[in-house]
Design a protein around this ligand. Structure first.
Ligand SMILES: [Zn+2]
Ligand SMILES: [Zn+2]
Length: 317
């Protein structure tokens, strides 16, 4: 594949061209505050009150869903298809139409053709302009991601990475699940892609990075980290705001390091233990009636003219 940047899957997201790169705003890194209200975890960036929205302000709103594991059968969730359907329905009834939906991997449990068919078909039920994905390690169990890329890799580079611009935000989608030993791994070709991809961007461009495995060391003993992520993040150091959104760990977790804030997402399938609790990252079977509270979807918004990227994690309803 070529190294031409800013192309999304399927030849590029419609209407997400450079003409939309309106940067009328300063973007400040600041402390992230987490609040819990009625089952929703809301994080917001602290700082001075936001400027009044102008005519040029186009709110970007997108949804992240993750770790659907279609094909999983086990007591931790005996109906992952049903849970994923509910997640899709919840996205479709948020009261706004997301600019895009990103699935951050482990779409399937065992990478079978039937599981890829099922997840592709179900994702088509999302009411959004564009559905993006990054692969999880469960999406490449026997073929180094060939079936994944056949389903979702159109227009991507290398093993399936890509980037695009939308409403003033630069989005980078990475693949760190294919060369994993213990930790996630990006590799030289992909690191070079990131380096070149952001080279011409002004430093006040908000950057959102998606990956399956966390780009921060959430719990390396269980493989919850990426061994060469610091190099990727070094290319993003000059940017005022970098937000990294990942899956894989099946639970909410937030961490800020300098200009970068990391948010692990929960799952639509089954929970995993807290880092280091128990022998390993083995599916947790919750008491009857408690599963829904551990599953969820995330919506993220960014308003040009405002300083806050708002992340709202919603329990599956
Ligand atoms: Zn998973
Ligand atoms: Zn995973």
């Amino acid at each position: 594949m070529s190294t031409e940047p800013s192309t999304g899957p399927e030849g590029g997201p419609a209407g997400m061209g450079r003409r939309q790169l309106l940067r009328h705003t300063a973007w400040f890194g600041a402390a992230v505050v987490l609040t819990v209200t009625g089952g929703e975890v809301i994080s917001h960036v602290g700082g001075p009150p936001a400027a009044a929205a102008t005519e040029d302000s186009h709110a970007l709103r997108f949804v992240q869903i993750s770790d659907s594991h279609l094909g999983f059968t086990g007591p931790a969730n005996t109906d992952v298809t049903g849970s994923f359907s509910r997640a899709i329905n919840q996205v479709n009834t948020l009261g706004f139409r997301p600019d895009f939906v990103m699935h951050t991997g482990d779409l399937t449990h065992l990478s079978t053709p039937a599981q890829f068919d099922q997840v592709s078909q179900m994702l088509r039920g999302l009411r959004t302009d564009k559905v993006f994905t990054v692969p999880g390690e469960h999406d490449s169990v026997d073929d180094h991601g060939q079936k994944y890329r056949a389903a979702f890799g159109a227009g991507t580079h290398g093993d399936g990475w890509y980037s695009f611009d939308i409403k003033g935000v630069h989005v980078i989608a990475l693949v760190n699940t294919l060369a994993l030993e213990k930790l996630g791994h990006l590799g030289t070709e992909q690191l070079d892609f990131v380096h070149n991809d952001v080279a011409s961007l002004p430093s006040d461009t908000p950057i959102v990075v998606f990956s399956h495995i966390p780009l921060f060391a959430m719990y390396p003993a269980w493989g919850w980290g990426t061994d060469d992520a610091t190099r990727a993040l070094s290319y993003l150091r000059r940017f005022s705001s970098v937000t990294c959104l990942n899956g894989h760990v099946h639970q909410l977790f937030t961490k800020t390091e300098g200009n970068v804030t990391f948010y692990s997402a929960t799952t639509t399938a089954y929970p995993l233990p807290r880092p280091g609790v128990g022998p390993g990252p083995i599916p947790v079977t919750l008491p009857a009636g408690r599963l829904g509270a551990a599953l969820g979807i995330r919506d993220v918004s960014y308003q040009v003219g405002q300083q806050a990227l708002a992340i709202k994690d919603r329990r599956l309803t």
